[in-house]
Design a protein around this ligand. Sequence first.
Ligand SMILES: Nc1ncnc2c1ncn2[C@@H]1O[C@H](COP(=O)(O)OP(=O)(O)OP(=O)(O)O)[C@@H](O)[C@H]1O
Ligand code: SF4
Ligand SMILES: [Mg+2]
Length: 334
Amino acid sequence: MSDLILELKELKTQFISKDSTVTPVDGVSYNIKKGEILGLVGESGCGKSVTALSIMRLFRDTTGKITGGSVQFNGKDLVKVSEKEMAMIRGKDIAMIFKEPLTSLNPVAKIGKQIIEVILKHEPVSVRQARETAVKMLELVGIPRAEQVMNEYPHQLSGGMNQRVMIAMGMSLNPQVLIADEPTTALDVTIQAQILELMKRINEEHGMSILLITHDLGVVAEMCSRVVVMYAGRIVEEADAENLFLRPRHPYTIGLINSIPVIGKNVERLESIPGNVPSLTNMPLGCKFAPRCSKALERCKAEEPGLFTVVSDGMERKCRCWLAAEPDKEASYA
Ligand SMILES: Nc1ncnc2c1ncn2[C@@H]1O[C@H](COP(=O)(O)OP(=O)(O)OP(=O)(O)O)[C@@H](O)[C@H]1O
Ligand code: SF4
Ligand SMILES: [Mg+2]
């Protein structure tokens, strides 16, 4: 039996309007294994959220459309299933929590009612049973006075509590995959740590696979077993977390790691990556990272590298860089 729960193959998502077509996700392939926490990282605008929204087919009232590739889940291609089937999979089998819980919770409905509705939509249970499950879930995510919170509105709770409510709602149907898009960005550091701890516990105790999207490589190091690095709508590196942090290979990953603040390291000398993520309407021709890359060769500007599989020290990784295709240039990675 496959140990994969979700498999993206050459996924391509575009926003198509009369005036322009942009492609924020361009041929993205990666998978999530059963029971793992996979980190998805990259600077702002790299296509992390659009990838997640594509898995869920949650384009709401935007012009987003999947125009290529597939998302395999339990033997089905989520790109092809009907909207009705997708609506059943959303929440029940794959749940998603967002950066801003308040944009996803209904401000005029009580917390309890919102969780109960989600349960009743997917499970053949009575209102009373759904209510019991909702209280249990709020307790599980560490909400004190769960019974009372059931009767409160989102604005009566703090940001951290609302994020817990979102996680409780996400987990109430015991989904196989939880997609957490910057789940702690809007929270203060102490609450952040509690929410991450909670997600780790849920992963360990319930075997739930988690796709954790974040800017924060410190969080990834703490939480994830594997990491996918995105740049300009593409995967540029994928490796086991330890391998990635100890021996990053793609110049972009090296730049990201060098810009993590380290206690004791002089912050003034923190190296951030020069330049910006390219605009979707003005992508460089060859390697999309070339304008910012200190290792760029002439070839890099003309030809885009593929995602090469590289094995070193017995460990496999994927790297989209011409240098990865030429082992004799490895020395220049240092
Ligand atoms: N509705 C939309 N219409 C047109 N372009 C969009 C839309 N939503 C996102 N994009 C573009 O797609 C690109 C990728 O956006 P995405 O939200 O996936 O980035 P991200 O990696 O999640 O960034 P962040 O870390 O800031 O959340 C961006 O250039 C963004 O402007
Ligand atoms: S392909 Fe060239 S420009 Fe792109 S990351 Fe590698 S060395 Fe840099
Ligand atoms: Mg995002």
